[in-house]
Design a protein around this ligand. Sequence first.
Ligand code: ATP
Ligand code: MG
Length: 292
Amino acid sequence: MNPASEPKIAVRGLGKHFYTKGREFHALDNIDLEVRPNEFLALVGASGCGKSTLLRIIGGLETLTEGEILVDGRAVHGPGRDRVMVFQDYSLYPWLTVIENIRFCRQLDAHARGATTADAASAVDRSYALLALMGLEKVKDSYPNALSGGMRQRVAIARALMSRPEVLLMDEPFGALDAQTREVMHDLILHVFELEKTTIVFVTHDVDEAVYLADRVVVLAPNPGHVDSIHDIDLPPPLERDQDLKLAPDFLAQKKTILDRIRQTTGVQRDLEMLERMTRHLRDTASTNQGD
Ligand SMILES: Nc1ncnc2c1ncn2[C@@H]1O[C@H](COP(=O)(O)OP(=O)(O)OP(=O)(O)O)[C@@H](O)[C@H]1O
Ligand SMILES: [Mg+2]
């Protein structure tokens, strides 16, 4: 068990260097981060600042170069059943139906562990419960290519939840969906978060999404990737949130603080200030010339 005071995930002094064709690239530098049990943590930051790399290292899909990652106090050295990843591109098996996709990994797992009939029955119950939770009952026998993007991502999330992972690692899971479908998925994932009591680390480009979903938002800065700032989000409990909240002054203020940090860390702010100076200079020059 995880005592309440112990972080679910602890990232300590993490560094990552890639070596390709004899060249070194310093992707992440001295990352220190803790994720609390049953916390929803969002990672945001400029493209290329290392969000996916950090998530993949936590998931054990990528090695680290320096430091360590602890889950429940134990060092992570590879993938584990306690951590499951969900990606933007769904990664469903096209030759399996929705229900078969949801059960697939669990079945492999059951074979590996020599599961009993009772295990199989509870897996069937669980897959039906997830179908209901995700609103997929009507399409359970359809193949992925017959589904919309939102539906496919629901299947991918249901499949990820099948083994009751303690940690869900999501890399821009709604990045390919249209705005309306994303909103539905936001409320759905908050329900999942409440019901399943998982810990979620969620990578996104969308600051609205990060503020709406997360307990804390971490801004990563680039060159090399490092933690710029961590923001506590103060919103009503997950199931009491609704989309109108995104228009509330308090929500907009929290979003602006984070956007400002991202702009500062990427140099966008500098570019905007330079553009403003140039525009002012051109305007002044034009009015001086008119005065001549
Ligand atoms: N396997 C690899 N080999 C070499 N460099 C890599 C590798 N994977 C990632 N990188 C580099 O590490 C940096 C961080 O990449 P990463 O994909 O983690 O960024 P990101 O923040 O997720 O970006 P985006 O927001 O565009 O998804 C990038 O400069 C990328 O080119
Ligand atoms: Mg990425």
